[in-house]
Structures are given as C-alpha cells and as structure tokens.
Ligand binder design. Structure first.
Ligand SMILES: Cc1cc2nc3c(=O)[nH]c(=O)nc-3n(C[C@H](O)[C@H](O)[C@H](O)COP(=O)(O)OP(=O)(O)OC[C@H]3O[C@@H](n4cnc5c(N)ncnc54)[C@H](O)[C@@H]3O)c2cc1C
Length: 112
C-alpha cells in the first residue's frame, strides 16, 4: 500500500496548491475532502495577479490566460442610467506582469 508523507484535509484552492507544490518537491501527498467530487459552482470568478504569478511557477498561467477573459472595465448602472465606469485594464501597472482583472471560473482551474 502506498504511504503518503503529508495528508492534506480540504481540496479547495489552499489544499490543491499545497498538494501541487509538495508534489513538485517530490513529497508524497494524499488529499481528502468531505465532498465526494469537485465543486460544480464557483466561489471565485476573478483570478488575482498574485495568483497568476504563482501559477506561472507551475506552468498554469498561459492556459488560464488563453481560456479566460480580460475585463477592461466595469460599468455601474443606477435605475437604468449609467452612473460610473471603473477601468481595470491597467490596475496593477508597474507592479505585476498581469496588471489587469482576469475572469476564469474556479471550477475550471482543475481542467488546467
Ligand atoms: C461568493 C464568493 C465569491 C468569491 N470570489 C472570489 C474571486 O472572484 N476571486 C478570488 O480569488 N476569491 C474569491 N473568493 C474567495 C475564495 O473562494 C476563497 O479565498 C477560497 O475558496 C479559499 O480557499 P480554501 O481552500 O482556503 O477554502 P475553501 O475553498 O473553503 O476549501 C476548503 C475545502 O475543505 C473542505 N473541508 C472543510 N472542512 C473539512 C473537513 N473537516 N474534512 C474534509 N474536508 C473539509 C471543504 O469541503 C472544501 O472543499 C470568493 C468567495 C466567495 C464566498
């Protein structure tokens, strides 16, 4: 029977990234979750720049950028009238290689 060196309880983003990193370092992991399978609803829509930076080290960022959608701005409406426009296209300029808002559903991350 295969033995694991680390048991990770919880297969959310924290547990999955920990499992990825430990596996990359050659550590045998077992990950368990109280749910029977992957989630079918998303609790995260926008991927943050720091997450993309971390994913880049795991060679995941290109696929996520190709399959997701970059959001240039959000338009706020009040009672049918345009009230404000929030530009997002360069919100992290000079801070990150990914200075934008990127939409990629969390439930799709496991497909990368
Ligand atoms: C409505 C909403 C929208 C959000 N939108 C965004 C967004 O757009 N972008 C973004 O970056 N973040 C977003 N977040 C935050 C993001 O979802 C959380 O930061 C992230 O889910 C935290 O991951 P986690 O692995 O720490 O916890 P969780 O995602 O809660 O995962 C914990 C896992 O552990 C399992 N578990 C718990 N207890 C046990 C146990 N005793 N035994 C076995 N398994 C157990 C659970 O079943 C679950 O699968 C949003 C959150 C919410 C609620």
């Amino acid at each position: 029977m295969n033995r694991c060196e680390v048991l990770i309880v919880g297969a959310g983003p924290t547990g999955l990234v920990l499992a990825l990193w430990l596996s990359k370092l050659g550590v045998k992991v077992r990950i368990v979750d109280r749910t029977a399978g992957p989630g079918t609803t998303s609790r995260a829509l926008a991927v943050q720049a720091r997450t993309l930076e971390l994913y880049r080290q795991l060679d995941l960022t290109s696929a996520i950028l190709e399959q997701g959608h970059r959001v240039p701005a959000a338009n706020l409406w009040v009672k049918g009238e345009a009230a404000a426009r929030l530009p997002f296209s360069d919100i992290g300029a000079d801070l990150t290689p990914y200075p934008f808002l990127h939409i990629y559903p969390r439930t799709s991350t496991s497909n990368c």
